[in-house]
Write a protein that binds this ligand. Sequence first.
Ligand code: SF4
Length: 317
Amino acid sequence: MNYSWGHDRRYNSYPEYFKKHFGERVQKISVDAGFTCPNRDGTLAFGGCTYCNNDAFNPSYCRPDKSVTQQIQEGIEFHAKRYRRANKFLVYFQAYSNTYAPLESLKKLYSEALAYPGIIGLVIGTRPDCIDHEKLGYFQELSQKHYIIIEYGIESCFNSTLEAINRQHTFEQSAEAIKQSAEAGIKTGAHIIFGLPGETKEQMLSEAEILSTLPITNIKFHQLQIVKGTPIEKDFGKNPEKFTLFELDEYLDFIVKFVERLNPGFIIERFTGEMPPRFLTGQNWGLIRNDQVNRLIEKKLEDLNAWQGRKYFPVYD
Ligand code: SF4
């Protein structure tokens, strides 16, 4: 059976989407362009979000003292040695807030990336308060010729949670940034964390309905992991009862329920985050990889005869 997303996998999966649209595998290449973020440089705060640890997810070739071109070149070589070859690439500006600079600097940086052979587009991770009409106008222009997606860190739909993790922006700001980007014809990504302090499972599940009303293109989920040395480690030590550190089985049950309530138009890019256990404190899932968890989720969807959007009922105003 083919679902509304055009294939028989039980969720609207990211690799299938790319195969369908580009006819082949597309590899993401991470680049660290040396940005900071207003939650770290003192504009909003100095401490950053309590869980933030950008070093934990930066590949080794990715260093801001190298040019964008050099990082792309080394990134392509790095991936070619380890994974199946790809001929098309997206440059992923992931570390910190990648729209937090004057427009002219962004133009210089992003045109350098797009000029590299084989680069078909950009994935730009940022905060919802680091975008404005001028920047959206620029990305709108780029979107005419390239695959451009702005990935917003929403993290939670609840302002009390955003306050508890020191995000220094509200959910309403996230919703507005996503709407304005979509209105400008730019693809939008959303990043959500499950297990943040003060949220019950029921509240987390209700986020499926809230998010489903937004014009999101791609969505990524992450179970909360407590990275050693981050402020959240201390918060967790003081009040562990406020957190939900999911056991793997518990997460599989949860995510299947969540996906059933989720807008079937959203492309699911990832269900989980993975990090070597040596970086983590509190219970974790050991060395299991994301693709293994994906298979368990697909198996669970199959066993329950469930699929993305089975319990999604759009609300029309
Ligand atoms: S907005 Fe991003 S980069 Fe800035 S502190 Fe939060 S998680 Fe870290």
